[in-house]
Ligand binder design. Structure first.
Ligand code: B12
Ligand code: SF4
Ligand code: SF4
Length: 382
């Protein structure tokens, strides 16, 4: 069973004492009376720079691989693009994508007085082979996407986000006393009014757009975020906060004339302008759609059971990807290219409980057994 030991060990690290400010009670009272900014012996810029270093240090200690910061602002151009994507039906079966379009593109609608968006990367690559390096033909095996071999990343990331929230809250409480002066003026308890709201995946936030602005990578043609030194095998999480922090430089586009991911996609799901038509994407067909994969997609998707990595595997920047060493994302027993009979037998091995804590739990053993049976009759695309 995978554990979270690496992150726990990190969290026990000491915070750099220079990043913490301890006020005396009388000093706190004086600042409260003056309704002064929470600076003590330092300028507003110095306070912001120190808090930026503090948040970044605590994020790494909480178990995240990298952290970047973007200034919170509305993104009307992205709202137009996102709305057009939805109007063309490209969100497929994901009806929830069509709601909260305005909030997705304006962090101020998520946290009142939002000043910063903190983007966190969580590496998940392992030393296991790529889809294309294996010849499953004739072996009666199916392929599960790399991201889904280990623990469910939502659970892993949320646990670490909670750890980060607690650490930041404790540090700012130590700095400010029990009150936090938000941009709207009133003194209010930190976090109690969601001054630090975090998301993994499900929240109303264009995570990759924000991550590019925060300098964590750029959106490749396949629309995923690519880090020029590590490739794209990492998850994203985001925190919207009313705490002012220094933004990082946005990452420049490094795709150049490359189109390897577009050419590698068997279903032609990758369109111009960094957009993916989810209705054609194997990942959508095998994860998001209830029921069987359509014959058109199945004929092209071959032995994919859950998710798809083909566009990422084609990307030259993933040659730089290294195993992350995080035990949470090592393959659970039986999830690396299981045979079709093995998948069908999961139902007898405790049903959905057999997949507890895995991203596969979302589909459930019965649906996966159906998909595995459906695959058996179809050709394998390579
Ligand atoms: C819906 C969704 C899906 C859908 C749709 C995918 C898509 N490309 O939109 C489906 C089910 C297909 C899917 C599949 C996968 N997903 Co997904 N998905 C999401 C989710 C929840 C929302 C994405 C979204 O908002 N799409 C709407 C479109 C319109 O947004 P967009 O692509 O960012 O579009 C913007 C750009 O195109 C940009 N733009 C427009 N023109 C231009 C021009 C230029 C030059 C540039 C730079 C940008 C640009 O503006 C648009 C908005 O205005 C995010 C989490 C989140 N909340 O962000 C995870 C997320 C993107 N998924 C993730 C993953 C891991 C995957 C898979 C790899 C899983 C797998 N192995 O099967 C695949 C990859 C498929 C692919 N090539 O995208 C990760 C990506 C991490 C990373 N390194 O980027 C995320 C961030 C989840 C997470 N928290 O980690 N996913
Ligand atoms: S995940 Fe697979 S189907 Fe979807 S865009 Fe990438 S290569 Fe195409
Ligand atoms: S494969 Fe090429 S075009 Fe696609 S994301 Fe990577 S560098 Fe960009």
């Amino acid at each position: 069973m995978a554990t979270d030991t690496a992150a726990k060990n990190n969290a026990e690290d000491q915070v750099d004492p220079d990043l913490l400010v301890v006020r005396s009670k009388s000093e706190r009272r004086r600042l409260d009376r003056q309704k002064a900014l929470p600076t003590w012996g330092e300028s507003v810029e110095q306070t912001r720079a120190r808090r930026t270093r503090l948040v970044k240090q605590l994020a790494v200690q909480a178990g995240f691989s990298r952290v970047g910061i973007a200034a919170a602002q509305a993104l009307p151009d992205h709202q137009t693009t996102l709305q057009a994507w939805i109007d063309r039906g490209m969100h497929g079966e994901m009806a929830w994508m069509a709601s909260e379009v305005g909030r997705r593109c304006d962090p101020g609608q998520v946290v009142a007085g939002a000043q910063s968006v903190v983007l966190l990367a969580l590496d998940y690559d392992t030393g296991q082979p790529r889809t294309r390096d294996l010849d499953l033909q004739g072996q009666d095996r199916v392929w599960i996407s790399r991201y889904a071999w280990g623990d469910d990343y939502h659970v892993v990331a949320e646990r670490r986000l909670k750890r980060l929230e607690d650490a930041v809250t404790a540090a700012l409480k130590q700095e400010l006393g029990d009150s936090f002066r938000g941009p709207a003026g009133p003194v209010r308890p930190f976090a109690a009014v969601r001054d630090f709201r975090w998301y993994v995946d499900h929240g109303p936030l264009l995570e990759r757009v924000w991550a590019q602005r925060a300098g964590l990578g750029w959106q490749g043609r396949h629309s995923l975020l690519v880090d020029p030194r590590r490739g794209s095998y990492f998850f994203l999480a985001a925190v919207v906060t009313s705490v002012a922090l220094d933004p990082d430089e946005p990452m420049a586009d490094h795709c150049g004339s490359c189109r390897a991911c577009v050419d590698a996609c068997p279903t032609g799901a990758i369109l111009a302008d960094r957009l993916v038509d989810a209705r054609k994407c194997i990942s959508h067909a095998t994860i998001e759609v209830d029921g069987p994969v359509t014959p058109e997609i199945r004929a092209l998707a071959g032995d994919h059971l859950f998710g798809c990595d083909l566009c990422q595997e084609a990307c030259p920047f993933n040659r730089f990807s290294q195993p992350c060493g995080d035990p949470a994302f090592e393959p659970r027993p039986g999830l690396l290219a299981p045979t079709r009979p093995e998948v069908r037998a999961w139902a007898e091995l405790g049903g959905d409980a057999h997949l507890a804590g895995s991203p596969l739990r979302r589909r459930g053993v019965d649906a996966l057994a159906q998909l595995a049976s459906q695959d058996a009759a179809e050709p394998i695309a390579r």
